[in-house]
Design a protein around this ligand. Structure first.
Ligand code: NAD
Length: 432
């Protein structure tokens, strides 16, 4: 489907999000290696597992079978309107779950394209697209599902989770949050600035794993800010809104107004950008001298604004991060293994990435998902298969095992107690 229709996908993403062809094509083409990875690994993932057990249990043949959970519902947001429908669908297909996909009403061209293509490439008895907004989603949610996979913001996530709870339906919540970046004194600040600015401006900052804000250690702050300016001048040598700069747009005027308001209320200093055109375009903007109580720190920015907060050292950054809800990703640019260990031990986040942004998502073998307020459950690679599978344990106890059970039947005797319970109580605990 992707190979036959790549141009239609690119055009739809341009129509809905103003996405440059490079970004749109790259985003959608990623479905191909992800699908092939699942296809090549499926036999191994689905194979019955035989856990190692004590000798006396072996005749029971303990096994875990991965079985399809049943009928799944995937609800996707607008910011990556194609891949956030199709990536989880790879998991549902590989696990054997018939699925309804509900794309976002906010990206109508992409949603309509998916609805047209699905029946041409997938068995319509098993896979369907249902398009619509809140009302239609509520109708879907009133049905019984065996798994709901939701990607979107935390507030809607709560509505979906509450609806799922009515029917005790298992659910995956892929949410967002304010993913921080630490720039430590021992990193290559030029490279850090280039990678962060590139990451912040993908999809105009409308990315769940976007670097939301930066904590830069004060001693390297001037060098980091100079490097951001240099990277900006290289990325956009001409006025940002000129067509050849291929700068995309905010999804709609509501989100544009929300981001603009956060910027207007900020007490920080705009050192680059801050330009607005019409009601959907806002330039990449870097704001320094930002304090923790600034408007830009109130919520996930989800736009191309990068606030830079200065900290004394990485310990100081860790304190700031601990005061905010658990993010989807924690990024840190540092060469010090001591700092890396400290961050691994003293912070919480869905993923943790050193010295780059987004690279965690290139590794199919790593589960992707949030933690705490950034969601629960995970997918990608085997984690997708597991998400849509139930691990069903199995034992087969032969009649010949009966002598083992002599002590379990009534009437309970002192001797039976000594055999069954006493045996465990007398177990020698191995010394450490
Ligand atoms: P959105 O507004 O498109 O909503 C997501 C889905 O929920 C849509 O399909 C929509 O129809 C449905 N929906 C909206 N309101 C509803 C309601 N009241 N009841 C039932 N369904 C409803 O997208 P959004 O929430 O604005 O998405 C942006 C958020 O998603 C950001 O917070 C971002 O960080 C997060 N996100 C997370 C990931 C991830 O993988 N963790 C990926 C992308 C986006």
């Amino acid at each position: 489907m992707i190979q036959d229709n790549i141009e239609s996908f690119e055009q739809a993403l341009f129509a809905d999000l103003g996405k440059p062809r490079w970004e749109a094509g790259g985003e959608v083409a990623n479905i191909i290696p992800a699908s092939l990875h699942a296809a090549s690994q499926l036999e191994e993932w689905a194979a019955p597992e035989k856990p190692q057990v004590q000798e006396w249990l072996q005749s029971w043949d303990p096994t875990v079978y991965s079985v399809p959970k049943g009928v799944a519902l995937i609800i996707a947001p607008w910011n990556f309107p194609i891949v956030l429908c199709l990536l989880p669908l790879i998991g549902a297909i590989s696990a054997g779950c018939p699925t309804v996909v509900k794309p976002s009403e906010t990206t109508p061209t992409c949603s309509a394209l998916l609805a047209t293509l699905f029946p041409k490439y997938l068995d319509p008895e098993a896979y369907a697209v249902v398009n619509g907004a809140v009302e239609e989603t509520n109708v879907l949610l009133a049905n019984r599902w065996d798994h709901i996979f939701f990607t979107g913001g935390g507030n809607i996530g709560k509505i979906i989770a509450a609806a799922a709870a009515q029917k005790l339906t298992p659910i995956t919540l892929e949410l967002g949050g304010k993913s921080p970046v630490i720039v430590a004194e021992d990193c290559d600040v030029e490279l850090a600035a280039k990678r962060i600015l590139w990451g912040k401006t993908q999809n105009c900052g409308q990315l769940c794993v976007a670097p939301d804000h930066v904590y830069v250690v004060r001693s390297v702050a001037p060098a980091f800010i100079a490097a951001l300016k240099k990277a900006y001048a290289t990325f956009w040598p001409k006025p940002i809104f000129s067509p050849e700069m291929e700068w995309g747009k905010m999804i709609n005027s509501r989100h544009h107004a929300r981001v603009k308001k956060l910027l207007d209320r900020s007490k920080g200093t705009i050192i680059i950008g801050g330009e607005v055109e019409g009601d959907q375009r806002i330039s990449p903007t870097i704001v320094t001298n930002v304090q923790p109580d600034d408007s830009l720190m109130e919520e996930e920015i989800f736009g191309p604004i990068l606030p830079v907060l200065e900290v004394e050292n990485t310990d100081d950054a860790i304190k700031h991060i601990a005061a905010l809800p658990s993010p989807l990703v924690l990024y840190a640019f540092t060469d010090s293994s001591k700092t890396k260990d400290k961050l691994l031990q003293q912070t919480r986040s869905g993923s943790i990435v050193f010295n780059d942004v987004y690279s965690q998502m290139s590794v199919q073998q790593l589960p992707f998902g949030g933690f705490g307020e950034s969601g629960y459950g995970a997918y990608f690679g085997k984690a997708s298969f597991d998400t849509f599978s139930h691990r069903r344990p199995f034992v087969n106890v032969q009649p010949s095992a009966e002598p083992l059970f002599a002590a379990r039947y009534r009437p309970y005797t002192e001797q039976a107690y000594n055999v069954a319970v006493g045996g465990m109580l007398r177990t020698k605990i191995p010394s450490a």
